[in-house]
Design a protein around this ligand. Structure first.
Ligand code: CP
Length: 316
Protein backbone atom coordinates (compact mmCIF):
# COMPACT_ATOMS: atom_id res chain seq x y z
CA UNK A 1 0.00 0.00 0.00
CA UNK A 2 1.54 3.32 -1.16
CA UNK A 3 -1.26 5.63 -0.02
CA UNK A 4 -4.64 5.02 1.64
CA UNK A 5 -6.98 7.05 -0.56
CA UNK A 6 -9.89 4.69 -1.20
CA UNK A 7 -10.84 1.01 -1.35
CA UNK A 8 -8.67 0.50 -4.45
CA UNK A 9 -5.55 0.79 -2.27
CA UNK A 10 -6.60 -2.34 -0.37
CA UNK A 11 -6.00 -5.81 -1.83
CA UNK A 12 -8.56 -7.55 0.40
CA UNK A 13 -10.92 -5.60 2.67
CA UNK A 14 -11.87 -8.63 4.81
CA UNK A 15 -8.20 -9.45 5.46
CA UNK A 16 -7.42 -5.85 6.44
CA UNK A 17 -10.39 -5.86 8.86
CA UNK A 18 -9.14 -9.12 10.45
CA UNK A 19 -5.63 -7.65 10.79
CA UNK A 20 -7.13 -4.64 12.59
CA UNK A 21 -9.11 -6.88 14.97
CA UNK A 22 -5.93 -8.87 15.71
CA UNK A 23 -4.09 -5.60 16.46
CA UNK A 24 -6.63 -4.63 19.14
CA UNK A 25 -4.82 -6.49 21.92
CA UNK A 26 -1.35 -5.49 20.63
CA UNK A 27 -1.77 -1.75 20.07
CA UNK A 28 1.49 -0.81 21.78
CA UNK A 29 3.67 -3.64 20.43
CA UNK A 30 4.88 -1.71 17.37
CA UNK A 31 6.16 1.54 18.89
CA UNK A 32 9.56 1.15 17.24
CA UNK A 33 7.92 1.38 13.78
CA UNK A 34 7.10 5.07 14.21
CA UNK A 35 10.14 6.06 16.26
CA UNK A 36 11.40 9.50 15.07
CA UNK A 37 8.65 9.58 12.44
CA UNK A 38 6.03 12.34 12.16
CA UNK A 39 2.46 12.34 10.93
CA UNK A 40 1.03 15.70 9.89
CA UNK A 41 -2.76 15.83 9.94
CA UNK A 42 -4.28 18.57 7.74
CA UNK A 43 -7.89 19.55 8.31
CA UNK A 44 -9.78 21.76 5.87
CA UNK A 45 -13.01 20.84 7.72
CA UNK A 46 -14.27 20.07 11.23
CA UNK A 47 -13.70 16.72 12.93
CA UNK A 48 -13.97 15.04 16.32
CA UNK A 49 -13.45 11.29 15.76
CA UNK A 50 -11.00 11.40 12.85
CA UNK A 51 -8.83 14.04 14.50
CA UNK A 52 -8.47 12.19 17.81
CA UNK A 53 -8.50 8.56 16.66
CA UNK A 54 -5.93 9.08 13.89
CA UNK A 55 -3.57 10.97 16.21
CA UNK A 56 -3.97 8.27 18.84
CA UNK A 57 -3.30 5.54 16.28
CA UNK A 58 -0.10 7.29 15.15
CA UNK A 59 1.01 7.78 18.75
CA UNK A 60 0.32 4.10 19.54
CA UNK A 61 2.88 3.36 16.81
CA UNK A 62 5.44 5.72 18.36
CA UNK A 63 4.93 8.57 15.86
CA UNK A 64 4.94 12.27 16.62
CA UNK A 65 1.79 14.04 15.44
CA UNK A 66 1.19 17.60 14.26
CA UNK A 67 -2.35 18.84 13.54
CA UNK A 68 -2.97 21.87 11.34
CA UNK A 69 -6.39 23.41 10.72
CA UNK A 70 -5.42 24.56 7.28
CA UNK A 71 -8.29 27.02 6.76
CA UNK A 72 -7.84 28.77 10.13
CA UNK A 73 -4.24 28.43 11.34
CA UNK A 74 -2.28 28.76 8.12
CA UNK A 75 -2.05 30.96 5.03
CA UNK A 76 -5.06 30.77 2.74
CA UNK A 77 -4.13 28.21 0.07
CA UNK A 78 -4.42 28.67 -3.69
CA UNK A 79 -5.13 25.43 -5.59
CA UNK A 80 -5.51 26.64 -9.21
CA UNK A 81 -2.57 26.29 -11.59
CA UNK A 82 -1.57 29.58 -13.20
CA UNK A 83 -3.49 31.68 -10.68
CA UNK A 84 -2.57 35.36 -10.42
CA UNK A 85 -2.49 35.55 -6.64
CA UNK A 86 -3.55 39.14 -6.15
CA UNK A 87 -6.64 38.20 -4.08
CA UNK A 88 -7.15 36.53 -0.71
CA UNK A 89 -4.97 33.43 -1.23
CA UNK A 90 -1.40 33.86 0.10
CA UNK A 91 0.30 30.51 -0.52
CA UNK A 92 0.10 28.17 -3.50
CA UNK A 93 -0.45 24.44 -2.98
CA UNK A 94 2.77 23.82 -4.97
CA UNK A 95 4.91 25.35 -2.22
CA UNK A 96 2.55 24.68 0.71
CA UNK A 97 2.17 20.93 0.18
CA UNK A 98 5.84 20.50 -0.77
CA UNK A 99 6.96 22.24 2.44
CA UNK A 100 4.61 20.15 4.63
CA UNK A 101 5.99 17.07 2.92
CA UNK A 102 9.51 18.04 4.11
CA UNK A 103 8.35 17.85 7.74
CA UNK A 104 6.19 14.71 7.48
CA UNK A 105 6.68 10.97 7.01
CA UNK A 106 2.93 10.47 6.49
CA UNK A 107 0.32 13.15 5.71
CA UNK A 108 -3.39 12.85 6.53
CA UNK A 109 -5.82 15.13 4.68
CA UNK A 110 -9.48 15.98 5.25
CA UNK A 111 -11.03 17.98 2.40
CA UNK A 112 -14.82 17.90 1.96
CA UNK A 113 -16.66 18.50 -1.35
CA UNK A 114 -18.02 21.84 -2.49
CA UNK A 115 -21.42 20.19 -3.22
CA UNK A 116 -21.76 22.80 -5.98
CA UNK A 117 -19.11 21.70 -8.49
CA UNK A 118 -19.80 18.01 -9.17
CA UNK A 119 -16.94 17.57 -11.63
CA UNK A 120 -14.34 19.11 -9.34
CA UNK A 121 -15.61 17.11 -6.37
CA UNK A 122 -15.80 13.75 -8.19
CA UNK A 123 -12.30 14.13 -9.63
CA UNK A 124 -11.06 14.74 -6.05
CA UNK A 125 -9.51 18.06 -7.09
CA UNK A 126 -8.13 19.09 -3.67
CA UNK A 127 -6.84 15.64 -2.68
CA UNK A 128 -5.07 15.27 -6.02
CA UNK A 129 -3.50 18.73 -5.76
CA UNK A 130 -1.86 17.55 -2.53
CA UNK A 131 -0.83 14.24 -4.07
CA UNK A 132 0.84 16.04 -6.98
CA UNK A 133 3.04 18.03 -4.60
CA UNK A 134 4.07 15.67 -1.79
CA UNK A 135 6.53 12.79 -1.73
CA UNK A 136 5.30 10.86 1.33
CA UNK A 137 2.30 8.51 1.80
CA UNK A 138 -1.10 10.20 2.09
CA UNK A 139 -4.04 9.00 4.19
CA UNK A 140 -7.52 10.15 3.16
CA UNK A 141 -9.25 11.38 6.32
CA UNK A 142 -12.46 12.05 4.30
CA UNK A 143 -12.36 13.64 0.91
CA UNK A 144 -14.91 14.90 -1.60
CA UNK A 145 -16.23 11.44 -2.49
CA UNK A 146 -15.09 8.85 0.10
CA UNK A 147 -14.20 8.23 3.76
CA UNK A 148 -12.17 5.00 3.74
CA UNK A 149 -11.02 5.10 7.39
CA UNK A 150 -14.70 5.16 8.37
CA UNK A 151 -15.59 2.32 5.99
CA UNK A 152 -12.77 0.09 7.26
CA UNK A 153 -14.01 0.86 10.79
CA UNK A 154 -17.53 -0.13 9.76
CA UNK A 155 -16.41 -3.46 8.32
CA UNK A 156 -14.37 -4.19 11.48
CA UNK A 157 -17.46 -3.43 13.61
CA UNK A 158 -19.70 -5.66 11.47
CA UNK A 159 -17.22 -8.54 11.69
CA UNK A 160 -16.94 -8.15 15.48
CA UNK A 161 -20.72 -8.21 15.97
CA UNK A 162 -22.04 -10.58 13.33
CA UNK A 163 -23.24 -14.08 14.14
CA UNK A 164 -23.32 -14.99 10.43
CA UNK A 165 -20.55 -15.31 7.84
CA UNK A 166 -22.71 -13.37 5.31
CA UNK A 167 -24.95 -10.92 7.19
CA UNK A 168 -27.58 -8.74 5.53
CA UNK A 169 -26.34 -5.13 5.75
CA UNK A 170 -28.70 -2.26 4.88
CA UNK A 171 -27.51 1.28 4.17
CA UNK A 172 -30.51 3.53 4.84
CA UNK A 173 -30.84 7.17 3.87
CA UNK A 174 -32.14 9.23 6.81
CA UNK A 175 -33.33 12.86 6.97
CA UNK A 176 -31.20 15.89 7.84
CA UNK A 177 -31.70 19.64 7.90
CA UNK A 178 -28.57 20.37 5.85
CA UNK A 179 -27.21 19.27 2.51
CA UNK A 180 -24.53 16.67 3.33
CA UNK A 181 -21.85 15.02 1.15
CA UNK A 182 -22.25 11.53 -0.32
CA UNK A 183 -18.76 10.43 0.83
CA UNK A 184 -19.59 8.20 3.81
CA UNK A 185 -22.34 6.44 1.84
CA UNK A 186 -20.27 6.11 -1.37
CA UNK A 187 -17.42 4.69 0.64
CA UNK A 188 -19.57 2.35 2.74
CA UNK A 189 -21.12 1.04 -0.50
CA UNK A 190 -17.81 0.35 -2.24
CA UNK A 191 -16.41 -1.44 0.84
CA UNK A 192 -19.58 -3.51 1.36
CA UNK A 193 -19.56 -4.45 -2.33
CA UNK A 194 -16.13 -6.03 -1.72
CA UNK A 195 -17.04 -7.62 1.63
CA UNK A 196 -18.77 -10.96 2.18
CA UNK A 197 -22.21 -9.49 2.97
CA UNK A 198 -25.67 -9.26 1.38
CA UNK A 199 -25.82 -5.52 0.67
CA UNK A 200 -28.98 -3.42 0.25
CA UNK A 201 -29.30 0.37 -0.12
CA UNK A 202 -32.62 2.07 0.63
CA UNK A 203 -33.41 5.73 -0.04
CA UNK A 204 -36.17 7.95 -1.43
CA UNK A 205 -36.25 8.30 -5.22
CA UNK A 206 -33.78 10.94 -6.40
CA UNK A 207 -31.05 10.01 -3.90
CA UNK A 208 -29.36 7.36 -6.09
CA UNK A 209 -25.62 7.28 -5.47
CA UNK A 210 -23.12 7.37 -8.31
CA UNK A 211 -23.19 3.82 -9.76
CA UNK A 212 -19.39 3.64 -9.52
CA UNK A 213 -19.98 3.35 -5.76
CA UNK A 214 -23.38 1.63 -5.42
CA UNK A 215 -22.19 -1.08 -7.85
CA UNK A 216 -24.24 -4.27 -7.64
CA UNK A 217 -26.08 -3.41 -4.41
CA UNK A 218 -29.82 -4.09 -4.31
CA UNK A 219 -31.57 -0.70 -4.28
CA UNK A 220 -35.02 -0.40 -2.70
CA UNK A 221 -37.18 2.72 -2.42
CA UNK A 222 -39.29 1.10 0.31
CA UNK A 223 -37.41 1.45 3.61
CA UNK A 224 -39.61 -1.00 5.56
CA UNK A 225 -39.20 -3.69 2.91
CA UNK A 226 -35.42 -3.17 2.99
CA UNK A 227 -35.32 -3.56 6.78
CA UNK A 228 -36.88 -7.06 6.70
CA UNK A 229 -34.38 -9.73 7.86
CA UNK A 230 -31.57 -7.15 8.15
CA UNK A 231 -28.70 -7.95 10.53
CA UNK A 232 -27.19 -4.44 10.42
CA UNK A 233 -28.84 -1.09 9.74
CA UNK A 234 -26.35 1.61 8.76
CA UNK A 235 -28.01 5.03 8.70
CA UNK A 236 -26.67 8.10 6.93
CA UNK A 237 -28.02 11.19 5.27
CA UNK A 238 -26.66 12.31 1.92
CA UNK A 239 -27.67 14.96 -0.59
CA UNK A 240 -28.61 14.04 -4.14
CA UNK A 241 -25.93 13.01 -6.63
CA UNK A 242 -27.96 13.55 -9.84
CA UNK A 243 -29.38 16.91 -8.75
CA UNK A 244 -26.01 17.54 -7.23
CA UNK A 245 -25.94 18.62 -3.59
CA UNK A 246 -29.71 19.20 -3.43
CA UNK A 247 -32.24 18.14 -0.78
CA UNK A 248 -35.22 16.74 -2.73
CA UNK A 249 -38.62 17.06 -1.10
CA UNK A 250 -39.41 16.32 2.54
CA UNK A 251 -38.80 12.82 3.87
CA UNK A 252 -39.02 13.23 7.65
CA UNK A 253 -40.72 9.81 7.82
CA UNK A 254 -37.37 8.19 6.86
CA UNK A 255 -35.97 8.83 10.39
CA UNK A 256 -34.71 5.59 11.97
CA UNK A 257 -36.99 4.60 14.87
CA UNK A 258 -37.18 1.63 17.21
CA UNK A 259 -40.47 0.64 15.54
CA UNK A 260 -38.65 0.29 12.21
CA UNK A 261 -35.77 -1.59 13.86
CA UNK A 262 -38.36 -4.16 15.06
CA UNK A 263 -38.89 -5.13 11.38
CA UNK A 264 -35.33 -6.47 11.23
CA UNK A 265 -33.65 -9.69 12.35
CA UNK A 266 -32.69 -8.11 15.73
CA UNK A 267 -30.36 -5.87 13.74
CA UNK A 268 -27.54 -3.86 15.24
CA UNK A 269 -27.66 -0.14 14.51
CA UNK A 270 -24.68 1.75 13.09
CA UNK A 271 -23.91 5.38 12.21
CA UNK A 272 -20.56 7.08 11.57
CA UNK A 273 -21.50 10.06 13.81
CA UNK A 274 -22.10 12.89 14.33
CA UNK A 275 -25.86 12.48 14.04
CA UNK A 276 -28.77 14.79 14.76
CA UNK A 277 -30.96 13.10 17.36
CA UNK A 278 -34.67 12.88 16.51
CA UNK A 279 -34.07 14.18 12.99
CA UNK A 280 -31.89 11.46 11.49
CA UNK A 281 -32.18 8.85 14.28
CA UNK A 282 -34.63 8.64 17.21
CA UNK A 283 -33.44 8.63 20.84
CA UNK A 284 -34.89 5.14 21.34
CA UNK A 285 -32.48 3.77 18.71
CA UNK A 286 -29.34 5.65 19.77
CA UNK A 287 -29.96 4.79 23.44
CA UNK A 288 -30.82 1.14 22.79
CA UNK A 289 -28.74 -1.96 23.58
CA UNK A 290 -28.55 -2.73 19.85
CA UNK A 291 -26.84 0.57 18.97
CA UNK A 292 -23.15 0.10 18.11
CA UNK A 293 -22.36 3.75 17.48
CA UNK A 294 -19.93 4.20 20.39
CA UNK A 295 -18.13 0.89 19.79
CA UNK A 296 -17.99 1.80 16.11
CA UNK A 297 -16.39 5.18 16.91
CA UNK A 298 -13.91 3.44 19.23
CA UNK A 299 -12.88 1.19 16.33
CA UNK A 300 -11.72 4.26 14.38
CA UNK A 301 -8.48 3.96 16.37
CA UNK A 302 -7.59 0.41 15.26
CA UNK A 303 -8.72 1.11 11.70
CA UNK A 304 -6.34 4.07 11.49
CA UNK A 305 -3.61 2.12 13.27
CA UNK A 306 -3.64 -0.86 10.87
CA UNK A 307 -3.49 1.57 7.93
CA UNK A 308 -0.58 3.57 9.41
CA UNK A 309 1.23 0.38 10.45
CA UNK A 310 0.96 -0.96 6.89
CA UNK A 311 2.18 2.34 5.40
CA UNK A 312 5.15 2.49 7.82
CA UNK A 313 6.11 -1.12 7.09
CA UNK A 314 5.83 -0.75 3.32
CA UNK A 315 7.01 2.80 2.64
CA UNK A 316 8.67 4.81 5.37
N1 CP B 1 -17.21 9.93 11.51
C1 CP B 1 -16.32 10.94 11.44
O1 CP B 1 -15.50 11.01 10.53
O2 CP B 1 -16.38 11.82 12.49
P1 CP B 1 -15.65 13.24 12.50
O3 CP B 1 -16.23 14.04 11.35
O4 CP B 1 -16.01 13.82 13.84
O5 CP B 1 -14.19 13.03 12.34
Amino acid sequence: MKNFLNVHDVANVEELAQQAIALKNHKFDFKQLGNNKTMVLLFLNSSLRTRISTQKAAQNLGMNTIVLNLTQDSWQMEFEDGAIMNGTTAEHIKEGAAVISEYADIIGIRAFPTLTDKEKDYTEFVLHKFLENVNVPVVNMESATVHPLQSLTDLITIREHTTKSKPKVVLSWAPHIRSLPQCVSNSFAEWMNRADVEFVITHPEGYELDERFSGNATILYNQEEAFKDADFIYAKNWSAYAEYGKIIGSHDDWMITDKKMQLTNNAKFMHCLPTRRNVEVADDVLDSDYSLVIKEAANREIAAQIVLKTLLEQNV
